[in-house]
Design a protein around this ligand. Sequence first.
Ligand SMILES: [Zn+2]
Ligand SMILES: [Zn+2]
Length: 174
Amino acid sequence: MYINVEKLKNCPGSSQSISLTEKIVAEDHGYQGVSFIEPIVFQGLVKNEKTFLSVTGHLSVMLEVLCSRCLTPFSYGVETDFSEEYTNQEGTAAADEDDEIHFFQGDGLDITEDVLRQIFLQLPMKFVCREDCRGFCPHCGINLNIGTCRCADDQIDPRWEKLKILLDRNKKEV
Ligand SMILES: [Zn+2]
Ligand SMILES: [Zn+2]
């Protein structure tokens, strides 16, 4: 995702609105396990702040992810704000390393990696297709969202088993 700043970089105080739409393959950038099913959309503003250029705006994208419980793929939308700073003055970039001012050369900002990082920061550790996804039966492996099995009936919950022993004991004592 490329922003041309040929004119802007020489005009302190000026700004320019940006609208980018780009199809990106997450795997090509080292992100595994998810894929973008729609182009990434960025709407924002690039501004010349004298010693650096600020890029602020809004990102939206639709991903396809796998449910961690039932392994069914489903769509997952991400909407997030974006705010990064870029400079072509090497001294400024190095001195402000803590503030993460990115270094750029030439007439363009490539914000792709920063955009991806921002999107992936929004993702949960685990995806669940829906709050009440029942996942797989641990005994027979059936997808419990689709079918039912009788495994649960055959298994005695260990907590109940203890109670059963107690009840049996009580019976004997009476
Ligand atoms: Zn699920
Ligand atoms: Zn089962």
